[in-house]
Write a protein that binds this ligand. Structure first.
Ligand SMILES: Nc1ncnc2c1ncn2[C@@H]1O[C@H](COP(=O)(O)OP(=O)(O)O)[C@@H](O)[C@H]1O
Ligand SMILES: [Mg+2]
Length: 267
């Protein structure tokens, strides 16, 4: 619940693959019941961060706590508290929607009766009950993504990680998913999502953190970030903070000045 101890606490997180340092001292705190968007250019380390938070990757250094548990010291407790939707779907195409969800329910040891009830409730909640008995291979991309999120929620997690949940979705499916995520947070679930869509972060997230070159280079509400960087849109903020190279930044800061006249889109 908002106001209590943070749902996610990352301090000095470092992670390298071989001699490539991907996370170079990441600090991030996420309040319970809020939506935080983790932004960053391709290869910035968003998926790596989610991997560490969800105990799939071991941090090299730093402290990472999720739902009050240390990811290294108490990975099982973390796993029991979280739901993860990865960039690669966990949905099995050959199974029906119901079968996919029931598989999740049994993985969560829900028991037959409780499992069925949970599955039915999720099918209803996500509006996929009609298609639920057809193989997922026949479903649209938007419906599959809903099933993916429903599967993430089977164990009633208090903290949910969504890695690029709307990439490749059409605008209508994207909005439906936004509504679901908003409703989840309103019900007290903490959400950390990664996205490449700045508009998505702007609309959906209470807080935005920008990851670049292994560090969080900006962190605040969308309104704060726009005000701090004197930018009309999060796109402008993002482009200014994540310069592709130092050579480009001299010229880019001049163009960034002119970008301050960009009208803020009313919403
Ligand atoms: N398992 C891995 N082994 C080696 N390199 C990896 C591995 N996972 C990610 N990387 C590298 O780490 C960097 C960050 O990747 P990633 O976290 O997937 O970025 P993002 O999700 O922000 O696009 C990339 O350069 C990627 O190639
Ligand atoms: Mg990624």
């Amino acid at each position: 619940m908002p106001g209590t101890s943070p749902a996610i606490e990352i301090r000095g997180l470092r992670k390298s693959f071989g001699d490539q340092t991907v996370l170079d001292g990441v600090d991030l705190t996420v309040a319970a019941g809020t939506i935080t968007a983790l932004l960053g250019p391709n290869g910035a380390g968003k998926t790596t961060t989610v991997g560490v938070l969800s105990t799939l990757l071991r941090p090299d250094a730093g402290t990472v706590r999720v739902a009050g548990h240390d990811v290294v010291g108490a990975p099982e407790a973390v796993r029991a508290a979280i739901g993860v939707t990865g960039q690669m779907s966990a949905v099995d195409d050959l199974l029906t929607g119901v079968e996919n969800l029931r598989l999740m329910a049994s993985l969560h040891h829900l028991g037959k009766r409780a499992g069925r009830q949970r599955v039915d409730a999720l099918l209803e909640q996500f509006g996929i009950a009609d298609a639920a008995r057809k193989p997922v291979a026949t479903w649209s991309g938007g419906m599959r993504r809903k099933l993916d999120l429903a599967m993430t929620l089977v164990g009633s997690p208090s903290v949910v990680f969504l890695d690029e949940p709307t990439t490749g979705l059409d605008p209508r499916s994207r909005r439906t998913l936004w509504d679901e995520v908003t409703a989840l947070a309103a019900a007290g679930t903490t959400i950390l999502l990664t996205t490449q869509y700045l508009e998505e972060a702007d609309r959906l997230a209470h807080r935005v953190a920008v990851l670049d070159r292994g560090r969080i280079v900006a962190d605040g509400t969308p309104a704060d970030l726009k005000a701090t960087h004197d930018a009309g849109t999060l796109d402008d903020v993002f482009l200014r903070l994540t310069e592709p190279s130092t050579e480009a930044s001299a010229g880019a800061s001049a163009s960034a000045q002119s970008a301050t006249t960009t009208e803020e889109v009313a919403r």
